[in-house]
Write a protein that binds this ligand. Structure first.
Ligand code: NAP
Length: 282
């Protein structure tokens, strides 16, 4: 009796726990994987025994990460050096992978330009829309169609609290992040009964090289705590398959609740713009 109960308990823990490989399949593609949150996604997935395709521009960074994940977790890791702002990027990745099955797609790469809209060049802002919206749209369209045919798979799109309301001095970045969230939430609804889980992972300030390079200034006592990349990833996988989108970090959820539900939208937009202006001394 005890034996059967233990077997039942163990299999319950095994299935109910995050066995991503069993649920979704063997291979994940992480776009924007060379550092920061993307590298944390890759590490988390490798620890789950999932083979990886890592995409970013810098081949040395990708190789170093691929080697270390292969050695540590005994998974197969391949990398593709590719500029996701290229209009042909998604096609190049699909061609290089030559029909290889992708079971989980994580689109993490993003470009952001901080500062007055009119001071950024239109070329830079167009690149941001390509990296942040068009390339993920193409990759999701291509790989999710195959996931739907198989009846299983997962898509994670990285979004940001900046995309919840107008965010002065982050205008184009914020608009692209709103796109990701709305796209993921919409697809969550469309595919929830077809075995393909979709989530928008909405992060607040997270301690990554990209974030540090912007040299933000602390703005006040009530600014939510900066999270570590692995915390963001862990929370995201906890909510995958359960929610269409998730705000990482309790402080961020609380701040977002106040901004979206308590105060008028105009005030929220003003707070966001003022905070960014102070943070970056604009
Ligand atoms: N960090 C935060 O505070 C924060 C807050 C909210 C939301 N987020 C979101 O979280 C995601 C990751 O942020 P992060 O801070 O980890 O970013 P990051 O440190 O700047 O890393 C971005 C990753 O994307 C790759 N990448 C950037 N541009 C690319 C391009 N044109 N082609 C190919 N790869 C490219 C980078 O690699 P290469 O340079 O090698 O190409 C890197 O691996 C983003 O979607 C961001 O919007 C971050």
């Amino acid at each position: 009796m005890i034996f059967f109960f233990s077997c039942f308990l163990l299999s319950y823990i095994f299935i109910a726990g995050m066995n991503l490989k069993l649920k979704y399949g063997n291979t994940a593609l992480v776009a924007g994987a060379s550092e920061g949150i993307g590298a944390a996604f890759a590490t988390f997935l490798a620890a789950e025994g999932i083979d990886l395709v890592l995409v970013a521009r810098r081949p040395e960074q990708l190789k170093e990460l691929a080697d270390s994940l292969e050695n540590k977790f005994r998974v197969n890791v391949r990398f593709i050096s590719c500029d996701l702002s290229d209009t042909k990027a998604a096609g190049q990745i699909e061609e290089i992978l030559n029909g290889r099955q992708i079971d989980l797609l994580v689109y993490n790469a993003a470009l952001s330009y901080i500062g007055p809209f009119i001071k950024n060049s239109i070329e830079d802002m167009s690149h941001a829309t390509q990296v942040n919206m068009i390339t993920p749209l193409n990759l999701v369209y291509y790989y999710a169609e195959k996931m739907l045919t198989r009846g299983r798979g997962a898509v994670i799109l990285m979004s940001s609290l900046a995309g919840f309301q107008g965010s002065g001095y982050l205008s184009v970045y914020a608009a692209t992040k709103a796109f990701n969230r709305i796209l993921a939430e919409s697809l969550w609804y469309e595919w929830k009964d077809n075995g393909v889980d979709v989530i928008a992972c909405c992060a607040g300030a997270t301690l990554t090289p990209g974030y540090k390079n912007t040299h933000p200034e602390k703005t006040g006592l009530f600014t939510p705590r900066v999270l570590q990349p692995d915390q963001v990833v862990k929370e995201c996988f906890k909510k995958l398959g359960k929610q269409p989108s998730h705000i990482t970090g309790r402080g961020n959820r609380m701040a977002s609740f106040i901004m979206q539900k308590i105060i008028p939208r105009k005030m929220a937009i003003n707070i966001m713009g003022d905070t960014t202006r102070k943070m970056y001394r604009l």
